[in-house]
Design a protein around this ligand. Structure first.
Ligand code: GLY
Length: 459
């Protein structure tokens, strides 16, 4: 919940709606979404309400729509079908829900069309909902990257609110961070007795579930950290391997955390693993130290690239001058993704809108090897929550690519690199709030120091 006190929930939501009303002069309709059936209707995938709906409605309602007009809120929702109580129990009536979220009026879904004149919306990912949006509005719903239109204007207005977290959001985000920290500690503690990645995943997600939260994204718990979004958990754990865990909780109201730690299965990093871990840690710490309002996030990414390049030169893996290597994207051979992204209701917040949220107006993604996966290119301002997640990976598809081997042949000491073959992937990721005077690491309760991580694994 935004907060267990309904008064606080209603006030927070009302303030958000009033802010939106100051930004748009057209009516807005936001759909929560439909559950998606797996094989038959009564067995659906876990439901997740649209984040834009959640931001203004606060509750994860299914098959509901809110109408926002001039700061006023209408709730469109049907009463439960007859017989529904047999399977789902008694649920609050639309009128009770309306009171909780501070809605001024309640209508049934059949009345949607008559209230939709001239309304803007945001496309929901669920195909059933998306087609209902088009039907009700009597027009094609604008895609996130539409060059112009009402829906684009609405998207920009919502971005200008959701980028800067209010107290209600921060209270949720802190709860998600705390539970995620506990999950990572449980994962580390479970490792000595674990036989497979799945055992550690179970320990971590068990903490999240026991706190009545869900995963904010598909957990990555793997000894193959070089596969950036690895979703497999069947590998056995061998002494000498590193386990990379990227696991984050989501509160019942949908607010996310996103943490990555990498630890040795045996509880002790090898000398080569220590060396690389410390390079990544140096980049992580240096980036966080340099986060404050008025800094360009792209510069933070370039800082990470420079620190990584310097560390790899010191280890004898890269050869040359730091700025030349970064200019040539040599660091991206080992650090091919961006240093982070915005975090909020979505783990990559508002990426359903393409780069509209992540990139400041007038900026576009670069096609450079070292910048193409940068998800955030904005000036940092108070209230923004960003991840800082540098990493080092030995991705066979990159390192064995003949073209890259040739481009970087003089910049990499390939024989020296071979000595680090017990490092497949290391990432260290924290969630950092930009404040008026600097930055606050919401996930600071989970150590990053190598010895502290070893201690947590060894209990
Ligand atoms: N934590 C998963 C991601 O940022 O893609």
């Amino acid at each position: 919940m935004i907060n267990n006190q309904d008064g606080f929930l209603a006030t927070t939501l009302q303030q958000r709606r009033q802010k939106l009303a100051q930004l748009v002069d057209f009516p807005v309709m936001l759909w929560s979404g439909h559950p998606s059936p797996r094989n038959f209707r009564a067995n659906s995938f876990p439901f997740r309400a649209s984040s834009h709906f959640l931001y203004f409605a606060g509750l994860p309602l299914t098959k509901a729509v809110i109408g926002l007009n001039d700061g006023k809120l209408d709730l469109f929702m049907d009463k439960p079908a007859p017989g529904s109580a047999l399977w789902h129990g008694e649920v609050p009536s639309p009128e009770e829900i309306a009171e909780r979220i501070g809605a001024d009026r309640v209508f049934s879904l059949s009345e949607l069309r008559s209230h939709s004149q001239g309304a803007a919306t945001i496309a929901v990912q669920n195909p059933t909902t998306y087609s209902q949006q088009g039907e009700v509005l009597g027009r094609a719903v604008g895609p996130a990257d539409a060059p112009e239109g009402l829906d684009l204007d609405l998207a920009k207005a919502i971005i200008s609110l959701r980028l800067y977290h209010d107290e209600g959001a921060l209270s949720e985000l802190r709860q998600a961070a705390e539970v995620s920290i506990a999950a990572h500690k449980a994962g580390m503690a479970a490792t000595p007795k674990a036989k497979r990645e799945a055992d550690v995943r179970g320990a971590m997600e068990g903490v999240i579930i026991a706190n009545n939260m869900t995963r904010a994204y598909t957990s990555i718990v793997t000894v193959h950290g070089e596969v950036l979004h690895n979703g497999e958990y069947h590998h056995s754990l061998q002494p000498g391997e590193l386990l990379l865990a990227d696991v984050g909780a989501e509160t019942p109201m949908g607010w996310a955390a996103d943490i990555t730690r990498t630890w040795p299965v045996s509880g002790k990093f090898s000398p080569t693993q220590r060396d690389i871990y410390n390079v990544v840690k140096e980049a992580h710490d240096f980036c966080i130290k340099n986060l404050y309002p008025g800094v360009e996030y792209r510069e933070i990414h370039m800082t990470a690239a420079g620190v990584m390049a310097e560390g790899l030169i010191d280890l004898g893996i890269l050869r040359g001058d730091i700025s030349d290597l970064v200019e040539m994207d040599a660091h991206a051979l080992f650090f091919p993704h961006g240093v982070g992204h915005v975090l909020g209701l979505d783990v990559h917040d508002m990426e359903d809108l393409g780069d509209l949220a992540g990139y400041a107006p007038g900026r576009e993604r670069s096609d450079r090897f070292g910048l193409g996966f940068l998800r955030l290119d904005r000036l940092l301002e108070p209230g923004m929550l960003v991840t800082i997640e540098p990493g080092f990976y030995q991705v066979p598809g990159i390192l064995n690519d003949p073209e890259r081997r040739s481009t970087y042949k003089d910049m990499v000491d390939w024989d020296r690199l071979a000595q680090f073959d017990d490092v497949r992937g290391i990432r260290i990721e924290d969630d950092v709030l930009i404040t008026e005077t600097g930055a606050e690491v919401l996930t600071a309760g989970l150590p990053t120091d190598l010895e502290a991580v070893e201690d947590l694994v060894r209990g």
